[in-house]
Design a protein around this ligand. Structure first.
Ligand code: GDP
Ligand code: MN
Length: 374
């Protein structure tokens, strides 16, 4: 789970890492009020994607009126598929230099890794390898003060800045461990006069450890539609092709995506009805797939606990209730197969037995429907 910048900064602040004062705003008026109490500020889009600065989601404002205008520009903006609903208005820093500091899990080495650079900020992706300092952390001992001093030295920091850097790195490591983080990152870690301040923050927590952190706020990257389908107890993920997919079980769902790709098709989304879904929720799920207006729908079922007649019933119900205007290909084998196939035949739908054949047909129909209003 990713936390929004303002939430991550809340955690940093509680744990003693210096962050600028800031306030959350949902409207331009709230941003103006925030700026009135903060002075010159930066208005920052709160979305769960990086690179906001380059995309126009971070803007300075000298006056409250300016903060209102900037918030007006940023609120409602679409940043890499995320619509901005809140901005964080933060006291402006006079930034002299931008460092990078992050801690992540090095999965190959099976231990935490501290990463730092003297050239942080928005161009972090362009920083050459030799300008990046990597300090593995032996998890039995944790991050040792001498290791942070060595990193500070390699970043060219000395005196009090080096001391502050060491303190921040140790606190960041404490946060990393305490919150079962996959990543905790400060970019830029700003040198502002004689102080180091976290100008931006990220905190990604391991989903499997969330139950240990009831104190943390919850966020979700799911789209509205994804949330709606998940409420039906089904797994649904949006992709960017044009064939909607319904299958039952994670393995067969992934295989369905692969086989479509192999025949030159592009999945638009997929819905994993799981094992043993009832006809009712499956029909609701199919209706959702129809509403995404794909070029074709591919239903791929290997009936084990899921019964083929329930799947057939779901298809029939969805057709009756909303109509299915786009081509649909159904592959149906397994438990109660004959009954399911028979039910579909009664509706004029021919079910396939072979997954390859069915996938090839779905791709063909999606192509034929290209450019045609569905
Ligand atoms: P990101 O692009 O999503 O990583 O967003 P950041 O919060 O890192 O902001 C992008 C850039 O805006 C930073 O690299 C800074 O150069 C600049 N920036 C952010 N906050 C401040 C601030 O308080 N003062 C100044 N002068 N610049 C800031
Ligand atoms: Mn940043």
């Amino acid at each position: 789970m990713k936390l929004y910048e303002y939430m991550a900064k809340g955690v940093l602040r509680e744990n003693g890492v210096p962050v600028p004062p800031g306030r959350l705003a949902r409207t331009p008026e709230e941003a103006e009020a925030a700026a009135r109490s903060l002075g010159p500020c930066v208005v920052k889009a709160q979305v769960l994607v990086g690179g906001r600065g380059k995309a126009g989601g971070v803007k300075p404002a000298q006056t409250p009126e300016e903060a209102r205008s900037r918030a007006g520009e940023i609120l409602g903006m679409n940043l890499k598929g995320c619509v901005v609903e809140t901005v964080y208005v933060e006291s402006m820093l006079g930034i002299d230099r931008e460092l990078y500091l992050g801690i992540t899990m090095d999965n190959a080495a099976k231990r935490p890794l501290l990463i730092a650079s003297a050239s942080g900020g928005m161009e972090i992706e362009e920083v050459p390898e030799r300008a990046i300092v990597r300090q593995p952390v032996p998890v039995e001992w944790g991050l040792m003060p001498y290791a942070t001093r060595w990193v500070a030295h390699r970043l060219g920091l000395s005196g009090d800045l080096a001391r502050q850097f060491g303190e921040i790195a140790l606190k960041l490591y404490e946060i990393f461990r305490r919150y079962d983080a996959e990543l905790v990152e400060i970019n830029p870690l700003a040198v502002a006069g004689d102080r180091l301040v976290a100008a931006d923050a990220r905190l990604n927590v391991d989903d499997d450890a969330l139950y240990r952190h009831p104190d943390l706020p919850r966020t979700s990257e799911a789209t509205e539609l994804e949330k709606r389908v998940r409420e039906l107890g089904l797994a649904y993920v949006e992709l960017d092709g044009d064939i909607a997919v319904m299958a039952n079980g994670a393995g067969i769902t992934m295989a369905t995506l692969d086989v479509l790709q192999r025949y030159g098709g592009r999945p638009m989304n997929f819905l994993d009805a799981g094992g043993g879904a009832a006809a009712g929720p499956m029909a609701e799920a199919l209706k959702v797939l129809v509403s995404t207006r794909p070029k074709a729908i591919f239903v791929n079922i290997f009936g084990g606990i899921t019964r083929c007649d329930d799947v057939a019933q779901a298809v029939i119900t969805a057709r009756r209730e909303v109509g299915i205007s786009m081509p649909m290909v159904v592959r149906l084998v397994g438990t109660n197969e004959e009954k399911g196939v028979e039910m579909l035949r009664g509706e004029g739908i021919q079910a396939y037995r072979s997954m390859e054949e069915a996938a090839a047909r779905a791709v063909e129909l999606a192509r034929a429907g290209e450019g045609v209003e569905g």
